[in-house]
Structures are given as C-alpha cells and as structure tokens.
Write a protein that binds this ligand. Structure first.
Ligand code: ATP
Ligand code: PRP
Length: 221
C-alpha cells in the first residue's frame, strides 16, 4: 500500500491545521508539542506527519521526502515554489508582511530623499524585490527572529516582518508603513507524488479543502 507523508511545523500551523486534517480522518497519535518524536503516526495507518521547522517545509516537499506540506505564503514566496503544486489556500495562520519603522522615524521623508535605507529581515528575497520595485535603495541585514528589536537599538531603519494583531509592533513603539502581501498557510504537494499517488492524495485534498471552506464560511458568518 502506498503511504503519504505530510510535513508541517508545530506551534500555530499544527494547531490551526489539526481540525482540517481531522476532516480527512487524520489525527496525530501524539501531541507534537510534547513528544520529541519527529515522525508521528496518525489515526490513518497509511499517513504519517513529519514535524519540521516552518521554513524547511518546502524543502521536504520539493525533494519528495514529504508528499504534502503546510507552509505560509511568506515562506513559499521567499524560497520560491518551483516543483511544488499549490492547490489550496487553507485560510489559516493569517497575517500580513509589512514594512515597519520606529514611530519617530519619518519613512516617507527618508525614502523621498533617496538615501539608502537599512532594513533588517529574515525575508531577504522578498524584501529585495519589494524595495527594488519601488526604486528604494536598501542595505539588507539578515536576522533569524525578533526583527522588532533592530530599529530600537540602531541596527536598522526599518524591518520587514509579519504582523497579525499589531501587538508586537505597538509594544515596541513601531508602526506599519507598507504592506508587502497578505499571508496565509498553503497546502503544497510534490508534483511527482500527485501523479503517482493521485488516488490517495486527491480525496485528501478535497476533504481538507472542504473543511477549510467550511471554516472560512463560519468565520465570515
Ligand atoms: P522557523 O521556525 O522556520 O523560524 P517561524 O518561527 O516563523 O519559523 P512560526 O512562528 O510557527 O514559525 O510561523 C509559521 C507560519 O505562521 C509563518 O510562516 C507564517 O506564515 C505564519 N505566522 C507567523 N506569525 C504569525 C502571526 N503572528 N499570526 C498569524 N500567522 C503567523
Ligand atoms: C510573529 C512575527 C511577529 C509577531 C506578530 O512572531 O514575527 O513578531 O508574530 O504578531 P502580532 O502582530 O500579533 O504581535 P512569532 O509570534 O511567530 O514569534 P517568533 O519571533 O518566534 O517567530
């Protein structure tokens, strides 16, 4: 019998995906937040979950080490989605990718003066494309997290980061100045798996897609 492996990260992606997987009869037999196991069996004997870093999901799926994966559009855009079939917007883990600066920093003036802006982010490719399209000269500084600190300590003039409630920006006296894109989690599929395991994958896609559409309907109601 052929098997299906789904790559996803723990934390918000796992928590918000669990009800959608459940609609396809897939329930992890262990809680990834507690277990140290990286391969989790599920209530469906032919389906396993592998628990990886959010930014590693596309890599596992691209190489076929996982057949399916759940990744944010931020990660997919930053890394490119070559070789990945992207059939479903799951409508979960919603946020926005923003440019943000200190409340006392005059961004428009800095941009209109045409000088170089120092921008800290973990999304180097996305930031580079965004500022190039606007004709703004930037020096990019790669960070791996806590981007909000950079403008506070003089490391950068601006950051490119994800914003949801805005609480983290507010707590650090930062403000949004530009939206780069709206972000939500996507289901991605290895293209070869889709062909070779179509009989297993297609029903999964329709169950998960149906559940996410119902959740979206409830959220809108
Ligand atoms: P990594 O472990 O690879 O550094 P991460 O720490 O960004 O990744 P998470 O914080 O679990 O991992 O985020 C996973 C995904 O959830 C992100 O790629 C993004 O799509 C989405 N996300 C991140 N922050 C938020 C947020 N505040 N609200 C809603 N969704 C978010
Ligand atoms: C994300 C993001 C922001 C924060 C925004 O961080 O990098 O820091 O959420 O959310 P808010 O607008 O609701 O405050 P996360 O919570 O994932 O922590 P991380 O730095 O460990 O990725």
């Amino acid at each position: 019998m052929s098997r299906i492996t789904i790559a996803l990260s723990k934390g918000r992606i796992f928590t918000e995906t669990a009800p959608l997987l459940e609609a396809a009869g897939i329930r992890a037999t262990e809680d990834p937040e507690r277990s140290r196991k990286l391969v989790l069996a599920t209530s469906r004997p032919e389906v396993d979950l592998v628990v990886v870093r959010a930014s590693d999901v596309p890599t596992y799926v691209r190489y076929g080490a996982a057949d399916l994966g759940i990744a944010g559009l931020d990660v997919l855009r930053e890394q490119g989605s070559d070789g990945l079939y992207q059939p479903l917007d799951l409508g979960i883990a919603r946020c926005r990718m923003m440019v943000a600066v200190r409340e006392d920093f005059d961004y428009l003036r800095a941009v209109s003066r045409g000088g170089r802006l120092r921008v800290a982010t973990k999304y180097l490719n996305t930031a580079r494309e965004h500022f190039a399209a606007k004709g703004v000269h930037v020096d990019l500084i790669k960070l791996y997290g806590s981007m909000e600190l950079a403008p506070l300590v003089g490391l950068a003039d601006a950051i490119v980061d994800l914003v949801s409630t805005g609480n983290t920006l507010r707590a650090n006296h930062l403000t949004e100045v530009e939206e780069i894109m709206k972000v939500s989690a996507r289901l991605v599929v290895n293209q070869a798996s889709l062909k070779l395991k179509r009989a297993l994958i297609e029903p999964l896609l329709s169950a998960i897609g149906g559940a996410s559409a119902r959740e979206a309907g409830h959220a809108a109601a």
